[in-house]
Design a protein around this ligand. Structure first.
Ligand code: NAP
Length: 258
């Protein structure tokens, strides 16, 4: 069995997922870096984590596909024989933002499959394996972290499918946290706010203006490292009596203000 802790980060090729991978590398975890289609970006993440002195394995898998999820878990099983941390980060925005009254079933299916069904069943497979591993790995200290969004509780009627998928991730966090707590497997949710990545690049002018006008008490764009640091804090074991917890990484967006 592999001697070091192993973390799987889905969607680790770019944006928030890459920053999470780099943060975990700083915590000395070896990494399995999943991506969907952008292999060169995934290799760049691998280069960055290896530069920090840990191992990095790149695995293509579409999290919305049962066969691909199976391939991903089987790869980690045969290559490393253990998995300590799962970060469900991979996610997509709608291809086009469209009003709730016009939005399509096709977009709904794509968003729910990738952002909710995929993470749900990947977590199921990994959790079952973690239950086995706790019997055999000395000092096993597992954790599952789900990346949701402020969209989990904020209505945006021009991307209702995205909001629903993220609200689902919030409930998924509670469900797995409840089910796995007695076995020492904590499950956490991180709710990023507006973070500068490819996902928000197309709407950057809109958010520039909103942030300038005071959308968030902390008046700046979120950085991918802000989310990476939150994952690092969780995985470092500083919350031993917590599970099902929500970490807002949003510049204070979640507060009601007057
Ligand atoms: P991004 O820059 O668009 O990167 C998306 C990542 O997910 C890429 O690594 C992509 O892989 C991967 N991915 C997409 N579909 C996949 C699939 N079917 N299977 C496996 N991997 C897949 O997005 P981001 O902004 O970093 O977002 C990361 C997560 O944070 C998402 O869940 C998103 O909803 C959430 N979030 C983002 C923000 C924000 O403001 N940016 C705010 C709140 C929450 P490829 O490179 O191979 O395409």
């Amino acid at each position: 069995m592999h001697p070091n802790r192993i973390a799987l980060v889905t969607g680790a090729s770019r944006g928030i997922g890459r920053a999470i991978a780099v943060s975990l590398a700083k915590c000395r975890l070896d990494l399995v870096l999943n991506y969907a289609g952008n292999e060169s970006a995934a290799q760049e993440t691998r280069k960055q984590v290896m530069g920090l002195g840990v191992q990095g394995a790149v695995v293509q898998a579409d999290v919305s596909s049962a066969a691909d999820r199976n391939k991903l878990v089987e790869f980690i099983r045969s290559e490393f024989g253990r998995l300590d941390v799962l970060v469900n980060n991979a996610g997509v925005a709608p291809k086009v933002r469209s009003d709730l009254l016009e939005s399509s079933e096709e977009s709904f299916d794509r968003l729910i499959s990738t952002n909710l069904k995929g993470p749900f069943f990947l977590t199921q497979a990994v959790a079952k394996w973690m239950l086995e591993l706790r019997e055999s790995v000395p000092d096993y200290s597992p954790a599952i972290v789900n990346i949701s969004s402020i969209s989990a509780y904020t209505s945006s009627p021009n991307r209702g499918d995205y909001c629903l998928s993220k609200a689902g991730i919030s409930m998924m966090t509670k469900l797995y946290a409840d089910r796995l707590a007695e076995f020492g497997i904590p499950v956490f949710e991180i709710r990023p706010g507006v973070i500068a990545t490819d996902m928000t690049a197309g709407v950057s002018a809109k958010y520039d203006k909103l942030i300038q006008e005071g959308l968030t008490p902390i008046r700046r764009w979120g950085r991918v490292e802000d989310v990476g640091k939150a994952v690092e804090a969780i995985v470092s074991g500083h919350f031993p009596f917590s599970t099902g917890e929500v970490f807002n990484v949003d510049g204070g967006f979640h507060m009601r203000r007057l």
